[in-house]
Design a protein around this ligand. Structure first.
Ligand SMILES: Cc1cc2nc3c(=O)[nH]c(=O)nc-3n(C[C@H](O)[C@H](O)[C@H](O)COP(=O)(O)O)c2cc1C
Length: 209
């Protein structure tokens, strides 16, 4: 098993999603001795925002036609893409900031959602090319959104990640919820413990892609 472990919380050691993503990776390694895990910390090492210089790979431009800034951008995108493509299991700590994912995680997605690499357009429209992965996403949220229609309509974290990973072919995607983190110490402790149980259960039942 080749695990890519991604964190995107700005909360350091106080982060719920970091604690739970680490827990999930530890559990996976326990279940699959010999598994290799690579950690990508999008806060200590954030991919720069996309600019016009970042479009070379997307446009399929030949290396010789690129400026040095474009080449640097291409290399960075290619490195992140290769790291994603070689993983068969991806664990993502995805906190809920202002109703959606952290911008650093969006920047990473901008790098890995690439034509001809992770998606293409065929006769029937878009086709995802990275469906050979099992993806686990830990969602940490200050409030509670998953249990009501109103909450589900307000959140653009799980709904967005479902769409983008679906677009690049990932159907084996599983969400773990740590909600109500901002609702007091007791609620936080309960959310952590519930999420750990969810992880343990999920890892016992999921069939790997
Ligand atoms: C900048 C920022 C924005 C946030 N926005 C929301 C929000 O829109 N809704 C919510 O329920 N919680 C919000 N929260 C609370 C976080 O979702 C909560 O603290 C969660 O635990 C974050 O995950 P982490 O602990 O891994 O960083 C926000 C927190 C921060 C720091």
């Amino acid at each position: 098993m080749n695990i890519l472990h991604i964190d995107s919380s700005i909360n350091g050691t106080n982060s719920v999603s970091r604690e739970l993503s680490r827990f999930a990776v530890e559990q996976l390694i326990k279940q699959h001795p010999g598994a290799h895990a690579e950690h990508l910390d999008l806060i200590s090492n954030p991919p720069p925002y996309y600019t016009s210089d970042s479009l070379g790979l997307r446009l399929g431009l030949e290396d010789a036609a690129l400026t040095s800034a474009q080449r640097t951008e291409n290399q960075l995108t290619q490195t992140l893409l290769d790291q994603y493509l070689k993983a068969d299991t991806v664990v993502i700590g995805a906190p809920f900031y202002n109703f959606t994912i952290p911008s650093q995680l969006k920047s990473w997605l901008d790098r890995v959602i690439q034509p001809r690499k992770t998606f293409q357009y065929g006769a029937n429209g878009p086709e995802g090319l990275s469906g050979d992965k099992t993806v686990y996403v830990i969602l940490s949220r200050g409030g509670i959104y998953s249990t009501s229609e109103q909450g589900q309509a307000l959140e653009h974290q799980e709904s967005y990640l479902r769409v983008v990973f679906g677009f690049i072919g990932v159907t084996n995607i599983h969400f773990i919820y740590a909600e109500g983190i901002g609702m007091g110490a007791e609620a936080r402790a309960e959310a952590l413990s519930t999420a750990e149980q969810q992880i343990i259960q999920l890892l016992q039942t999921v069939e790997l892609a």
